[in-house]
Every structure is written in C-alpha cells, then in structure tokens.
Design a protein. Sequence first.
Length: 155
Amino acid sequence: MASHLQCLIVRVTGMWVLRGAARFIRVDLGQSMVETALMLPILVFLILAGGDLARGYAIQIAIQNGARAGAEAAAIDFTPTASETEARARDEMSRTPGMDSTVPSVSVTFKQSNGTTDCVSPPTLANPCFATVRVQMTWRTITAWPLIPNTFYFD
C-alpha cells in the first residue's frame, strides 16, 4: 500500500509540475514578445545594412570588370579606338543588376611604354601601344546611416 501511495503522490506532483510549466510558459510568452520588440529594430538595421553593403560590393566589382573588359577589347583589336573600348566597358557594366552603365565616367588613353607619348598608328613591335581604361563612379547608399559615410567613390 505504501508503494501505491507513492505512485499517487508522484502523479499528483507530476500534475502540479505540468500546471507550473504551463504557467511558466505563459509568463515567458510576454517576456519573449518584449525581447522580440527590443531586438527587431536592430535586426532590421542589420538586414538593410547588409543589403547596402552587398549592393556596394556588386557595383565595385562591376566597375573593375568594366575596366578589365575595356582593356581586353583594346588589347585584342588590331586597331583599337577609344569609342570601341568605352562601349565594351559599358556593355560589361550593364550586366550588373541595378546598375546604370551610363552613370560611370569611362576614360581611355593609348600611350607608348613611357606613359606620356601618344601611340604611333598602327602600333608595331618596336613601338607598342598600351591602353589604359579608367572607370570612375560615385555611389550612394539607399539609407543615410548614422556614423557611416553614405557616399563612396569607386575608381
């Protein structure tokens, strides 16, 4: 009979534990809502900042790829022109989503190996011609972040 009584007490105690757990969960639910309300602005801030950072990184890579593609086009063409080289650079940059390829300034120069003398047309092995493609753009973030600059100059 003593063992039967202990089982009943365990069951009764078990019921009290369940009642106590339900009450504990209800109390924690309010605390969780307050914690979520406090953390939500920080999470939104981090998500927006991450999106801005990703956009800036994509634009920077697009500008580098545009300059590389323009220089490659000038190197492959036997008689390169500045307009063909610029068009190839802008074509490469236009492949980046969200980037207007008409915004960056693209400058193309053709110089001899000393960097100051203009090229002889057509270039020869004795007088090679080197193309320099420079792409520049000022980029602004979507949101003006506090304590962080919101304008960047990509070159």
